[in-house]
Design a protein around this ligand. Structure first.
Ligand code: NAD
Length: 411
């Protein structure tokens, strides 16, 4: 099944359980709009290369659509459609006033020069300009796009409009309207939900053992924040492999080692382990923060963690989900666990519209409230219906979208 078919199966499962109105289901099972564009870029050698791009807008009943732009060779129309649907549920799960959108360009951006990358970024924005804007659809960074690219995109949109328009895109550098806290907001938001889960299960933070798969934006910041709060990070990994230390790791020192050597592997006084081993370690908390489909029916029964915090998108397959539920593992699902990124993107947009900027303390205070309240609300649904956290999150999110559609007379 392609990712869009997967997303449709997940929606159907929740729709059946919650007895969702059939008309609403018919509307929600596909995006409202998909734009496919061919983007010509003059390469450094003078030739023109045409790249294919997409922008999918799944549903805008709760507000303008919102979601990242991915630059990756494996981007496909179906992937972008699925990601836009998941964005609808993510924004609704944490009750921020957006629908779901997502964009992508089929490109190996590592093969482009800086100048070519800038041209592609600007030309993509020009191509999708008719359907984006601060009150229509607001993009952000995703895989292989970053604040620098967001600044070029914002500049291009503003240039075409004829006036400074920072609220069209989020994840910008601070100097051009970015928000304090956006850089580590995904991990920080996840930690707020984890702390709530720990209270529910009656586990103390101090010396609680954690294993983290993936040491990029999500994984590294999660390690750093958890370490500062007293958790004991015993294992981390990246694409090349992982490390384990019973005594615990200092995330900053591991980060410096990775910067120097290109990997977390071979760090002093640790044992090298594989990316399979890291999932099966005897730790209280497991944080997948790398790729999809890591916890499957093959390894789910070997997971020893009590809590899984899904900072990655889609790390657990549906079969594994059922096995983990039977084993009483508390899974904080991706559409809740990693929503901190889009929440702070929402704050960035609000600050741009007001033209008034908040301190990091203000941003984090508001983020904490949203993440903790969302977790507790969804936990109640899970307890009431005796279902897993993912299904509970879907029920909460889909109900909010359905209710907005009813009020607007869309059925
Ligand atoms: P990143 O590119 O910064 O880091 C990815 C990390 O995963 C790197 O350390 C890389 O070495 C590692 N990795 C790659 N292949 C691996 C493998 N086979 N096994 C183990 N590790 C591997 O990306 P990121 O922004 O940290 O994103 C990680 C996950 O979090 C993705 O699923 C992404 O969709 C999700 N996510 C990120 C954000 C965000 O704001 N960064 C928001 C929501 C969701």
């Amino acid at each position: 099944m392609n990712p869009f078919e997967n997303a449709q199966v997940q929606l159907k499962k929740a729709a059946d359980l919650m007895k969702l109105d059939k008309n609403i289901y018919e509307i929600l099972k596909q995006p409202q709009r998909i734009l496919e564009v061919n983007i010509p870029v003059k390469m450094d050698d003078g030739t023109i290369k045409v790249f294919k791009g997409f922008r999918s807008q799944h549903n805008n009943s709760r507000g303008p659509t919102k979601g990242g732009i991915r630059f990756h060779p494996d981007v496909s129309k179906e992937e972008v459609m699925a990601l836009s649907m998941w964005m609808t549920w993510k924004c609704a799960a944490v009750n921020i006033p957006y629908g779901g959108g997502k964009g992508g360009v089929i490109v190996n951006s590592h093969e482009l020069s800086e100048k070519e990358l800038e041209k592609l970024s600007r030309n993509y924005i020009e191509a999708i300009k008719p359907i984006i804007g601060p009150s229509k659809d607001i993009p952000a960074p995703d895989v292989y796009t970053n604040p620098k690219i967001m600044a070029w995109m914002m500049d291009e949109f503003s240039r075409l409009e004829g006036f400074h328009n920072p609220a069209v895109i989020t994840g910008k550098p601070i100097e051009v309207g970015g928000s304090q806290g956006r850089g580590f907001s995904t991990a920080q938001g996840g930690v707020y939900t984890l702390n709530e889960a720990m209270k529910k299960l009656g586990i103390e933070k101090k010396d609680t053992t954690v294993a983290i798969q993936g040491y990029g934006n999500a994984g590294y910041f999660a390690a750093k924040i958890l370490y500062e709060q007293g958790y004991k990070i015993v294992a981390v990994s990246d694409s090349k492999g992982g490390i384990y230390s019973e005594m615990g790791l200092d995330p900053e020192k591991v980060f410096s080692h990775k910067k120097k050597t290109g990997s977390v592997k071979n760090f002093q006084d640790t044992k090298n382990i594989t990316n399979e081993d890291i999932l099966e370690l005897k730790t209280a908390v497991l944080v997948p923060a790398a790729l999809e489909n890591q916890i499957t029916k093959e390894n789910a029964s070997k997971i020893q963690a009590k809590i899984i915090l899904e900072l990655a998108n889609g790390p657990t397959t549906p079969e594994a989900d059922e096995m983990l539920f039977k084993d009483k593992v508390l899974v904080i699902p991706d559409i809740l666990a990693n929503a901190g990124g889009v929440v702070v993107s929402y704050f960035e947009w609000v600050q741009n519209l007001m033209n008034y900027y908040w301190t990091e303390e203000e941003v984090l205070g508001k983020l904490k409230k949203i993440m903790a309240d969302s977790f507790n609300q969804i936990y109640k649904i899970q307890q009431k219906y005796k279902i897993d956290m993912r299904t509970a999150t879907y029920i909460s999110a889909v109900s909010r979208v359905a209710s907005a559609m009813k009020h607007r007379g869309h059925t």
